[in-house]
Write a protein that binds this ligand. Sequence first.
Ligand code: CA
Ligand code: CA
Ligand code: CA
Length: 261
Amino acid sequence: MRTTLLSLATAAGLATVSPAAPTFFPTGTPTGHWYVCTNIDRSGEGKFESFKTDNFVQSVNINYDGSRLDWIADIPGGTHGGVGNWTFFVFRQTFDLTGYDPATANLTIRWGADDSGEIFADRGSWIPAYTLNGGPFIYYPGSSPEHRIPTYSYSQWTSITTGFVSGINTIDFYVEGNGQTDGFGLQVQSFTASPACPCDLNHDGQVDDADFSIFVVAYNMLDCADPSMPANCPSDFNHDGAVDDADFIPFVAAYNELLCP
Ligand SMILES: [Ca+2]
Ligand SMILES: [Ca+2]
Ligand SMILES: [Ca+2]
């Protein structure tokens, strides 16, 4: 019977849709992804009020340091008149979690910033930090007001697992430069999230016959290791390596609801 169903589904030319993954861009590819609002305030050293968020422009890769070719600033030189011209950057990326459950998102990054906020040798007093969707500020890994460390190289890898929201998300990195060779760099190790509505196999916002057709194909293959199975075995809702009746039960429940939450 399973072979018959599979044949029917294949004959009908039913498409299978592999889930996409959420996307977050490193600073190595800033164009269209990383923006910056820059404010120079000679008397603003260390002051939060000196950061501005009212005029974001495209950020660009810097060119003054061969070890920072994937870093960004508002201009390639990263310098605004020299030390003492305290330069307040807010580096921003927006990214989309539409279709994903924000509670399951995990973004693993490492980052660095110039300057460090170490309160000596013109390094300023603002410790580089980010805020996700207006949440609490998170310092450069390992740094804090009680234990200030250099931030001029990439940190250890760090995972962000809280503070995500449905739909469009915004992350802002607040960096105070000293006016000389300033900037910010970020690399991405991974970004994962579970689908918000896993039984919506064709990602159109509802669970209906089109999804059932996709499910039937996977059900007939049974084994997620089958080379014909769509990547990541999306119909294996309970993640046990097989598409069987245990997966059909939640599918029926979602099918009866029709609309994704
Ligand atoms: Ca600097
Ligand atoms: Ca659907
Ligand atoms: Ca299963």
